[in-house]
Ligand binder design. Structure first.
Ligand code: PXP
Length: 237
């Protein structure tokens, strides 16, 4: 059974909508852990649209499971990551105008910057994950970059317009997961997963962890975060 890392960004989105003090993503993270989450994920964006440095600082000392920091590769964010020292840094492509991360990293571009960042994080003892599309080319390139983990982008599967398209995307995910595992990489997956589509992804046995945010937080707004997390864990099981 894959572990669940709960992404609490959108608790901060609600707080930032009013530039207020609440709801607090730190409290949400603690409640998610109490409900059984195996990890907490946050994305510190350059534009600080949701998670703030204050959140990260407090999460670092309060998260009892493991902290996964999603991030781009700007100097400022790397400096913060090196200071915070999360258990895992997941490198993602980040565009200012996007609503959410739009796809996996393009591992044909900016390789020298990626290598530099991976080395800096490794020197600090931080494991590195690359968020990539589920194709063999990306997996092989990630492997060459000497990272410990890949996070497979499940967004295309999640947004499939037909059962046939979803099945095709699942096959791609399964193939990519098998190759990554064969090459010695830990396999995480995430993006767009919800209470309806998560089960089939869990059947891919190489996937060790799912990173899920929006659907859990959306449900948490209506039924509470403990119930929302527990229901997701039940489905994963
Ligand atoms: N994984 C990555 C790399 C992401 O950027 C996101 C969105 O922040 C997620 C997982 C979670 O996606 P969702 O909010 O759709 O569950």
């Amino acid at each position: 059974m894959p572990e669940l890392s709960v992404n609490v960004d959108h608790i901060a989105t609600l707080r930032q909508a009013r530039r207020a003090q609440e709801p607090d993503p730190v409290t949400a993270a603690l409640l998610a852990e109490l409900a059984g989450a195996h990890g907490i994920t946050v994305h510190l964006r350059k534009d600080r649209r949701h998670i703030q440095e204050r959140d990260l600082n407090i999460l670092r000392s309060t998260v009892k499971t493991k902290l996964n920091l999603e991030m781009g590769t700007s100097e400022e964010i790397i400096r913060i990551a090196l200071k915070i020292k999360p258990e895992l840094c997941t490198l993602v492509p980040e565009k200012e105008e996007e609503i959410t991360t739009e796809g996996g990293l393009n591992l044909s571009q900016d390789i020298s910057r990626l290598k530099e960042v991976i080395t800096l994080l490794h020197e600090r003892g931080i494991s590195v994950s690359l968020f990539i599309n589920p194709d063999s080319n990306s997996i092989r390139k990630a492997h060459k970059l000497n990272v410990e983990v890949v996070e497979l982008h499940t967004g295309i599967y999640a947004e499939a317009n037909s059962p046939l398209e979803a099945a095709t995307e699942l096959e791609k995910l399964a193939g990519a997961a098998a190759l990554a595992k064969k090459l010695g990489l830990r396999v995480n997956a995430g993006h767009g997963l919800n209470y309806q589509n998560v089960k089939k992804v869990c059947l891919i046995e190489e996937i060790e962890e799912l990173s899920i945010g929006h659907s859990i937080i959306a449900r948490a707004c209506l039924v509470g975060i403990e119930k929302a997390v527990k229901e997701m864990i039940q489905l994963i099981k």
